[in-house]
Design a protein around this ligand. Sequence first.
Ligand code: SF4
Length: 376
Amino acid sequence: MSSADAGGSPSGFAATLLAWYDAHGRHDLPWQHPRTPYRVWVSEVMLQQTRVQTVLGYFERFLARFPELPALAAAPEDDVLALWSGLGYYRRARHLHHAARLCVERHGGELPDRLDALAALPGIGRSTAAAILAQAHGQRVAILDGNVKRVLARLTGEAGWPGQPVVERRLWAEAEARLPQQRIADYTQALMDFGATLCTPRRPRCGDCPVQAGCHAFATGRVALLPTRKPAKPMPTRQARMLVLRDTQGRVLLERREGKAVWQGLWSLPEAADEAGAEGLRAALGAGPGRSLPAFDHAFSHYRLEVQASLHAVREPAPGGMEAAATGIPADAAAPATGMPADAAARAAERRWVARTDYDSLGLPRPIRRLLESLP
Ligand code: SF4
């Protein structure tokens, strides 16, 4: 099927989409006013895997703390992760921070305005780079994020899974063929809005769709089948035992995770892979027997983690305040080599006693925060 027949001619598609955007698109998103490269970049990274409604509050707080790229580059990683806390996919935040530092070192504190230079920065793929250039500079480049892949697969009837390189190449060609000559920034936002609000993954509103007449999936009754799903692979499960050590002041012992494990750089609980490992860790940390807390699980993108936690009262107040928050226990020394998580590179770089009032100042994974806030 040619691109000219699907979804109308390429130029017709863009004109129709822009008219729809003028009437129904989102014109008051905070990163649109002003639409600077830095603001668009932060919003694009936050919007990967996350809905606009969720991102709004995070974006405002992030920009209030880091209004310009050099402020982000100069910040400690803990501050960046604390503001990202709850958004998930923390690698995005670490990449954003690292890329900001590279921009200061190599590009005079600005994001480069060339596709190849942008896409060479950590966490910026071809589509994100194009979104920044199109929206902040009006450059005539195509985006192809998950939303756009879905829209184009339905419009053209592309039947392969969009993660396959050959399918992706065809969708890039479609995306490029449909670019208008004018209003690239609006067109880019229009595509995103169209995918997010109308041609949605489930129950798209085909009855209200301005390009329905040119939609191959609609004409052939295959809307629910496109885009083709990724071939299913069973999700592996891993176990973890976590220890909640609480001192007489109500503070809990947290450790910053290092290595290549998930939640890298975030603050979590001392953790082992099994009961024996947890016993060794408890002894090394000088805690007595505890009581079990309700088990919970958490889905990462590549595995499911099942967690059993236990609460241990530490009778003597821990030394030092939040500042000198070190426990006096060398993190690595206290972590036994056996029974630690298998992937794990999950080693603690540093441990601290943390009061409930200080949770906001640290990057805490959402399930850990939920567990701490539910403690009796
Ligand atoms: Fe998407 Fe339905 Fe419009 Fe086709 S007709 S583009 S499936 S909303």
